[in-house]
Design a protein around this ligand. Structure first.
Ligand SMILES: Cc1ncc(COP(=O)(O)O)c(C=O)c1O
Length: 387
């Protein structure tokens, strides 16, 4: 396959580095991003080329950072359906059902691109901290790539994701002091020579996840919805999504404005939502965490300032959702629509309703809920009507 795509620089703070670097260090609060020569790509390839590609994220190979996309580490991740939701009271509502990915969550997108690129760059061992879903994806794709993968998981995380990691042969360390897990992983990586692929520490997870934006645009025939509701923890998913929209616009493949961004967070760990409500432009570290086990456990997200800026630029909003509200919405979505999503995703239904109440979303807005993972990930939370 032709090498149409390339990474020409990685912006780390002020510094640009070559695509082949594994040095992602930067000034505090910055994070590395891959950049492309979009003007050149625009001249050589059009969006119709996409249709010829596989039914996975690799149909967008020309916008992904692989020297040889034909040798991608892939299990058919991405190309997930937009399921229309007609019985939940909002006129135009869809679920982007990421539960249909190989490991059951949207994290597979980042793992596929990450392992593809890191294998090309000769990486043999890497490590990350994750509340569970990212580690499950990375451990499974590591097995396929033949790369050693070490996960740092919360001691009280989910059994499903822990078992996905261990069955795939991933190494696991359980962590008690979750708010300081980032510095623990950084220290361990330095001591053992592992590459740190924790969220926003490296550029390629974002590159995989930005394909969510490409797919949403393609599925709506290159138009965009009015609003997107994203369950948010570390914020990497949101940043990736809007990076994807920006690239499509620079390519001239879309012209619609960015959708309003609605983020949802659990009320028991909502640093970005609190900062948004208080009109701050950065977050304070969150104190005591009280949320359901699973994703969205990010008390001090480095993405805070960037997401707050996105919320304001797109005239979106941030919604805090209680554990109880999430569980009730999970049951409602299953009963009314037959979709079996996890409580993190259920926060998005509460989110869109609260956003309509506050006027941030109009009743006839076309809204997409990002269904980041399947309900099978968190069976222990499911309310059993037979019990
Ligand atoms: C199911 C689920 N939804 C949402 C999120 C939040 O994603 P992000 O950390 O990119 O904001 C996570 C991350 O842990 C997750 O596992």
């Amino acid at each position: 396959m032709n090498k149409m795509s390339y990474l020409n620089a990685i912006n780390i703070g002020e510094i640009a580095r070559p695509a082949s670097t594994l040095d992602f260090s930067g000034s505090p609060g910055s994070f590395p991003l891959a950049r492309y020569d979009l003007a050149k790509i625009r001249n050589v390839i059009g969006r119709d080329e996409i249709r010829r590609g596989p039914a996975s994220i690799w149909r967008y190979w020309m916008l992904l950072p692989a020297d040889n996309p034909a040798a991608a580490i892939t299990m058919g991740e991405g190309y997930t359906p937009l399921v229309e939701l007609r019985a939940l009271g909002h006129q135009h509502l869809w679920l982007k059902d990421e539960g249909q990915n190989p490991s059951g969550s949207f994290k597979d997108r980042g793992a596929s691109v990450g392992f593809t690129r890191y294998r090309e760059l000769g990486v043999t061992a890497l490590a990350l901290n994750s509340t569970g879903n990212a580690s499950a994806a990375w451990a499974l794709y590591a097995a396929r790539a033949g790369i050693r993968c070490v996960s740092f998981l919360p001691f009280d995380g989910q059994e499903s994701t822990r078992k996905q990691c261990s069955l795939a042969g991933g190494e696991i360390h359980f962590v008690q002091d979750w708010p300081n897990v980032g510095s623990l992983v950084a220290r361990e990586c330095k001591a053992h020579g592992w590459l740190n692929v924790s969220a926003l520490r490296e550029p390629y997870r974002i590159e995989g996840k930005k394909t969510l934006a490409y797919e949403i645009a393609e599925q709506f025939d290159w138009r965009l919805p009015n609003a997107i509701v994203f369950p948010t923890g570390g914020g990497q998913g949101v940043l990736a999504l809007y990076k994807g929209f920006q690239e499509l616009r620079e390519l001239g493949w879309i012209t619609d404005p960015d959708p309003k961004l609605i983020i949802t967070q659990y009320a028991g760990c909502a640093p970005i939502t609190k900062a948004f409500r208080e009109n701050q432009d950065k977050c304070e570290p969150w104190g005591a965490i009280d949320i359901l086990s699973g994703g969205m456990k990010s008390p001090n997200p480095v993405s805070g300032p960037a997401i707050l800026a996105l919320l304001r630029r797109t005239r979106g909003t941030a919604v805090a959702v209680t554990n109880e509200e999430a569980l009730a919405a999970e049951s409602e979505m299953c009963r009314a629509e037959g979709v079996f999503i996890c409580p993190e995703v259920a926060t998005t239904l509460v989110g869109v309703r609260k956003a309509v109440e506050s006027g941030a979303v109009a009743e006839n807005d076309r809204v997409v809920l990002i269904g980041t993972a399947t309900g099978l990930k968190s069976l222990s939370h499911v309310r059993d009507p037979m019990a």
